[in-house]
Every structure is written in C-alpha cells, then in structure tokens.
Design a protein around this ligand. Structure first.
Ligand code: HSE
Length: 298
C-alpha cells in the first residue's frame, strides 16, 4: 500500500506550441513516496529539498489527489512525501511533476480506476493552484512520457507524439525565479493573422518532423514569434545563448515553459555534450548562478 515514483521534469511550449506542446525529460525529476493511511485524509507528510506548503489544500500534489478522490467518490486517505529536486519557478514543470507524480501513484494504489490520459485533468487542478491557469502542456507529458500535444482543452483531448531516438535536451536554469503567473501576465492577448499563420505552419511542421524523424525540419520549426519575444527579455543573455547553441550545432533553442530555463534541442549525445560545454563555459563567466542538465526525452 505504498509506492515510490520518479516524477519527471518537462519542457513545455517548445517554442511554437504555447500551451499545447510539451515533452518529458527522463533524467531530471523528483522522488515521491505515496502511501495509504486509515485517516481518510490527504496529508503532505514530508517535503525535502524545498520549502513548500504542507497543507494539502495549498500543495499542488494535495489538490490534484483530492480532485481524483472526489471524482471517484473515494474516502481513502493518503500520505504524500516529496523529495523536491526540481526548483519551483524554474520553468521545467516543477508543480506539474508533483501533481502528476501524486495522481499517478494514487491511481496505481487504487487499482488503476483511471487511464493515464484521464489523470491529466486531475493533475491540471494542481497547475491551476500554482499559476492560476490549468494548462496541460507540462502535466500531460509528465504522465504520458515523450511528447504530448493538447489538441483541445474543452473537451480535453491530448495526443502522444513519437520521439525520434537521437533527440537530446540541454536545459540551462539560470537561478533567478520567474513565476508562471507573472510571465503569463505580460503576454499579449491578441495576435495578428500573420503571426498565427507563421505559428501554426511551424507547429504542424514540428509534428510532421517527429513522425518522419526529420531533425533539420524539427530545428527549422522551433520558432515562436508570439510569446518568446516578450518573455525572453526576462532571461539574461537569451539571444547570446540562442546564437551560441546553434553555432555549436543545436537543432533549436527556446524558452522552457514560462522560463527562466532555456532549452537547446540536440541530435545525439556528442552534439548535446558540445552544446552543454559551450553554455557551461559562457555562463560561468557571467554573474548568475545556474544549473545545467542534459537529458533524453522519454
Ligand atoms: N504553457 C505554460 C506557459 C507552461 O508557458 O505559461 C508553463 O510551464
């Protein structure tokens, strides 16, 4: 009646897919332990690594689990322990990892009344608590793995997309905090038809590139002229990092979720190591502390 899970970090948006596209990192994430209790209560019993709310109603994992239990009309209680390794406000789906990991484990411990896809809407309640918006582009890939596309929010329809085997992700996290809530508030609410045409052309091409394993097309489609130009102002040396990554052979470069993390999508381990080393070298000379990850997508 107890389960340990790896709750993965995720990269949302992937430039052209604001709020509809995300992918799951296979080596960066939290550890969680979920166990049944006889108290009929959802409790956050331990959090290590970060200072986060312990009250279930103020914790994204607690809120997501409660949404699941309410839907199931279950009175079962659960204790949730979180070893938080993904820093909140990093832009790699910190809140999504906790929400998704918690509902995944609880569903297992209850004998899997829901499919992984059905769990997405419960995990989205955690995202709503964290950012005031129930986006699915982090929780969906955290639950389903690989790439996820949100075809529609209402009704919710999420598709899994294939992962070309040589894809690697280098993620730089400058240690400044940008809250998703704040970086959503600066985005324009209206866009021009011209921008929309460019954006859906790129998103369609990106999906095609995943199916055909066309790495060059994938690189050409990783563009965003709607959200990234506004948000990138908050990220120190964004344009320099973009140029540097591409000079070192990255397929594409962009903001991870709402930032401040940025990602460089690479082909193969050698290319990813080179890009990582170049970023490491460049950012070490700046005044900002940072973390750097290299991960597969799975
Ligand atoms: N799509 C969301 C946003 C992801 O960009 O605000 C947040 O991680």
């Amino acid at each position: 009646d107890e389960m340990k899970v790896f709750a993965p970090a995720t990269v949302a948006n992937l430039s052209c897919g604001f709020d509809v596209l995300g992918c799951c990192l296979d080596t960066v994430g939290d550890e969680m332990k979920i166990s049944k209790n006889d108290l009929g209560q959802v409790r956050i019993t331990k959090i290590t690594g970060q200072d986060l709310p312990m009250e279930a109603d103020n914790n994204v994992a607690g809120v997501a689990v409660k949404a699941l239990l309410k839907d199931l009309k279950s009175g079962q209680g659960f204790d949730i322990e979180i070893d938080k390794r993904i820093k909140p406000g990093s832009g790699i789906g910190s809140s999504a990892a906790s929400s998704a990991g918690a509902v995944f484990a609880v569903n297992r411990l209850l004998g899997e009344p829901y499919t992984s896809k059905e769990l997405i809407s419960f995990a989205m309640q955690g995202e709503f608590l964290a950012s005031g918006n129930a986006h699915a582009d982090n929780v969906a890939p955290a639950l389903l793995g690989g790439f996820s596309l949100v075809r529609s929010y209402c009704p919710l329809e999420v598709l899994s997309l294939p992962v070309p085997s040589e894809l690697r992700m280098v993620v730089l996290h400058p240690l400044i905090e940008i809250k998703t809530r704040d970086s959503r508030s600066i985005i324009k609410q209206n866009i021009s038809l011209k921008s929309a045409i460019n954006q859906w052309g790129n998103l369609g091409a990106l999906v095609s590139a995943l199916y055909t394993e066309d790495y060059d097309l994938l690189g050409r489609s990783l563009k965003d002229e709607i959200v990234e130009p506004v948000r990138s102002i908050l990220i120190p040396y964004f344009n320099e990092l973009d140029k540097l990554s591409k000079k070192n052979g990255a397929l594409g470069f962009g903001i991870s979720g709402s930032g401040p993390s940025v990602f460089a999508l690479c082909r193969g381990d050698e290319n990813a190591e080179n890009v990582k080393a170049a970023i490491q070298d460049y950012y070490s000379k700046k005044e900002i502390n940072f973390e750097l990850h290299l991960s597969g997508i799975n």
